[in-house]
Design a protein around this ligand. Sequence first.
Ligand SMILES: [Zn+2]
Ligand SMILES: [Zn+2]
Length: 336
Amino acid sequence: MSYFINATAPVSGPEQLYSSIDFSKLSWAEQQWANWYLWIGNPILATGLMSFLVHEIVYFGRCVPWVIIDAIPYFRQWKLQPNKIPTPQEQWECTKLVLFSHFTIEAPLIWLFHPIAEALGMSTWQVPLPSWRLMLPQIAAFFVFEDMFHYFSHQMLHQGVFYKHIHKIHHKYSAPFGLAAEYAHPAEVLILGTGTIAGPLLYSYFMRDLHISTVYIWITLRLFQAIDAHSGYDFPWSLQHIVPFWSGAEHHDFHHMAFVNNFSTSFRWCDWLGGTDTKYRAYRQRIDAAKRQAKAKGMTVEEWRAYENKINAEEEAEGIKAEAAVEAKAGGKKID
Ligand SMILES: [Zn+2]
Ligand SMILES: [Zn+2]
């Protein structure tokens, strides 16, 4: 806790925030951090604006490479549902709803972040910034907490009324793409966003050694995770091939295609322990066996793609039935 500087001292003006700090002893990043708070001149505004900008820049910045990849046919060889490429029109429609929810729901919440963070003992304007040794275990803990929180609340969102009135929007795309990561009902953004923010807030309340810059790094990594999981591509160099318990796109794409299984976000262990990945694992075995068969038969790439698309279409058809059953429970359309 040595890096805390006047964390509880009364603050009357932006210059006084740093009155006891020797700027020449700070790193470049720390000087920029302090300069931001001095330049804005109001810590609540500075934290709020920074939080909003981090979210917007990281979200859309991370989506751009996926939009480009979708436009280049060369990458289709690694597309999980190769016959379902989002059109620019679809991507634009998706972007509009995401932006609408960012400006109406998330923006006001982000403005409350500074007072809540401070009340729970989180450092915001303070410098120096925390060391990597302190940050890494904190971020790891947030990943594990969020994954578990998401696992249970996502399953709740698949129940009758919750699905029909809230989560159905996110399932508009049976073959998701990067921008669709936050395509969701505002209530869903609130419910699932809690998993991302509650970890740092609870941690801060009990441990009192969390700096908001660590939270920004966590949110950046979490956004990368969510966008990549919706990308629709599984490359040989994707993280899940290096870290076997990482979910990645291959895991979440199945959730959108088949409607069932794979409710967690970052890791595979919750679904494995909860037995909510049995259909997914059977599907993987089916695809692997089909691949071996295709090789033995000497199928061309086009023939294999057609075969793969047929298997995927069957999984999706079952998913549509499962979705109708959930909606029927909520008093929606009847199952045929
Ligand atoms: Zn879902
Ligand atoms: Zn999703």
